[in-house]
Write a protein that binds this ligand. Structure first.
Ligand code: ATM
Length: 251
């Protein structure tokens, strides 16, 4: 029985990563096998591409089309090597960002033609589409304030996206609203200014509503596949490495 692909979207510092980490043990308790991923990244090739796209100071002037292709090169690898096999094993795949990030950041943010963005995304994902997408939504000022506090608490690490001007993040924010409005059946918009507990409660409610209404009904009685070859894949739980990403495959 095919699993479920659940993606988490939003601008910076919306708390996506924390929410994914809180959801995992709850899903385990309910008998699910969970595969937790992040984009860009999640495979050795993808982690290298993540480093190039985010943390290489000498890539500062990267062209938006190059950025679009890098994000989708990472995605093509993730979809084929991890996501599809995990779904075929009946797992719940949680992905911290997926192709809606490309539409929001490269399409609305960088201003690339949306039909070009969709063509490249289509090549990367084919028929592999999310079953459910959470958009954690916070005002741009809240995102800025959270990033300021987070960056003050961490050692400096170059981030090419953080260097973008405010208007870029405003366009991304508005882009997400438009993307979500076009697919209301897939998106669940959650107010990310609520407490972590409130956000998590909403996410769990929506998950239960989806699985209870799924005509395939595979999830109420799922027994975790103890010998699942994908159980070791745990990327989004890991902090950013200090320099180049080490590829973390927890065996
Ligand atoms: P985080 O994992 O910290 O969210 O960083 C990933 C960055 O990559 C994020 N940047 N900011 N700000 C969004 C960006 N990104 C894209 O621009 N396009 C994509 O398709 C994806 C997956 C991410």
């Amino acid at each position: 029985m095919r699993g479920l692909l659940i993606t988490f979207e939003g601008t910076e510092a919306t708390g996506k990563g924390v929410q994914v980490q809180r959801l995992i043990p709850w899903l385990h308790e309910r008998g699910h096998t969970v595969c937790s991923l992040r984009e860009p990244g999640g495979t050795p090739t993808g982690e290298e591409l993540r480093h190039v796209s985010k943390h290489q100071p000498n890539c500062m002037g990267m062209d938006p089309v190059t950025e679009l292709l890098i994000m989708n090169a990472s995605r093509a690898e993730l979809v084929r090597k991890i996501i599809r096999p995990s779904l075929e094993h009946g797992e719940i795949v949680l992905c911290d960002r997926f192709y809606d990030s490309t539409c929001a950041y490269q399409g609305y943010g960088r201003g690339l033609d949306l039909s070009l963005v969709r063509q490249v995304v289509d090549a990367a994902v084919g028929e592999t589409k999310p079953d459910l997408t959470f958009l954690l939504r916070i005002p741009v000022e809240v995102s800025e304030e959270r990033r300021r506090r987070r960056n003050a608490a961490l050692p400096f690490k170059f981030d090419r996206f953080e260097a973008a001007e405010r208007d870029f993040f405003l366009r991304v924010h508005e882009g997400y609203d438009e993307i979500a409005a076009r697919e209301p059946e897939r998106f669940r918009i959650i107010d990310g200014t609520q407490t972590l507990e409130e956000v998590q409660a909403r996410i769990r409610q929506h998950f239960l509503a989806l699985t209870d209404s799924d005509p395939r009904q595979p999830f109420k009685e799922t027994v975790p596949a103890a010998n699942s070859p994908r159980e070791h894949v745990r990327f989004s739980a890991l902090p950013e490495p200090p320099q180049k990403p080490q590829h973390v495959f927890v065996k």
